[in-house]
Design a protein around this ligand. Sequence first.
Ligand code: DUC
Ligand code: ZN
Ligand code: ZN
Ligand code: ZN
Length: 461
Amino acid sequence: MLHVKGGTIVTAERTFRADILCDDNGRIATIAPEIDTPTGCEIVDAHGLLVMPGGIDPHTHMEMPFMGSIASDDFYTGTAAGLAGGTTSIIDFVIPDSGSSLLEAWKAWRIKAEKAAADYSFHVAVTHWDDQVHQDMATLVNECGVNSFKHFMAYKNALMVDDDVLLHSIRRAGELGALCTVHAENGDAVAYMQARLLAEGRTGPDAHPASRPPTVEGEAAQRVIALAGLLDAPVYIVHVSTAEAAHAIADARMRGQRVYGEVLPQHLVFDESVYSSPDWLTAARYVMSPPFRPRHHQHALWAGLTSGQLQTTATDHCCFCAGQKENGRTNFTHIPNGTPGIEDRMSILWHHGVTTGRLSPQEFVAITSTNTARIFNMLPRKGCIVEGADADLVLWDAQGTRTISARTHHQNVDYNIYEGMTVTGVARRTISAGRVVWDEGDLRATRGAGRYIERPALPRR
Ligand code: DUC
Ligand code: ZN
Ligand code: ZN
Ligand code: ZN
């Protein structure tokens, strides 16, 4: 048993002074203004700290095979790093090889993830369409606790799906009470632009943003919103990075469509100038898709989060070390796409969101945890502080500061995109399933302690 004593609880709905008692099953047993510590119960001092629902990162790629590499953070190291930053659950992606079974891939990913230190769940990617996919989607929803599917409109000749696959999958997901999530970039346009840039001799990382300009994302976002509208089905757009996509989502919502949008903290912090570094590796480390944008796009993303038109934040945590990024030394299209960040999402968002006055602490909880739990049907087990919920909590020091560095982070990757930044807002302690797993700099993550979280089908209209 654990007694979280003296803290101020912040949920997406309210802020109040209360103690929390966690039971031996890893759940919240009691919430009350003053609790007498039961004998033998461990006390966790929360005086002066905010007690918030542990962060949920709905977009990570642990040990993902991608572009000839495998992402360097595995399910253990990546979830452990998340715990150090106050994130207690992830939703990762099952990526079947094109043409192979979704169900078999899900089974393979279940085995990989057994080493996770924090709770995890899966979106399953649909990369082609046939009768088996149609059948596997039902099995995954009805028997495997999967209520969301992923689609890549980018990565031609690899993961990309065309509109025909999108239409079939969105329709099928709608029938099953599942949600389609989409990486919205026009993959044909990207492949065309890449070929043209290479022909012009543009082989370095600065060609990466030029090969996928904002229109490429805006077009794909508008297209998938139109297709989902045609089928009267909801759609969730991952890593919204442009004003064009943010406005397309807001417009659709104002027409009454159920469209959701996710923002990555790195898109709120970095702009396309990161690709102009004279040092190849420094620039290559920022190669991810969608790329960093001209600064004015950040305004649209913040406005989306403040207004609620964009609901969630994630990291797209996908780590590649220097040796892996080197694959693209002579051709930017071979640089493995991905940036790390699971450990720093909460601090970056607090620092740039709450201390600047853009977001209230309650809104911070909404965009880092509660909204994700609601959209992906994990409430009330995750994303809130109520009796009976999982005891996944972060004890947050709103005034504390730390300087981010690869020298001190826990991510299994040899750089940190936020290197040298000092942020206000620090996870002092993290509690996962009723256990203190991060205690003032002491990471006590346990390999295999994470549990697979089944997410039931969403209520159909
Ligand atoms: N984008 C990335 O940068 N990495 C992983 C996959 C993706 O879509
Ligand atoms: Zn993506
Ligand atoms: Zn623009
Ligand atoms: Zn991704």
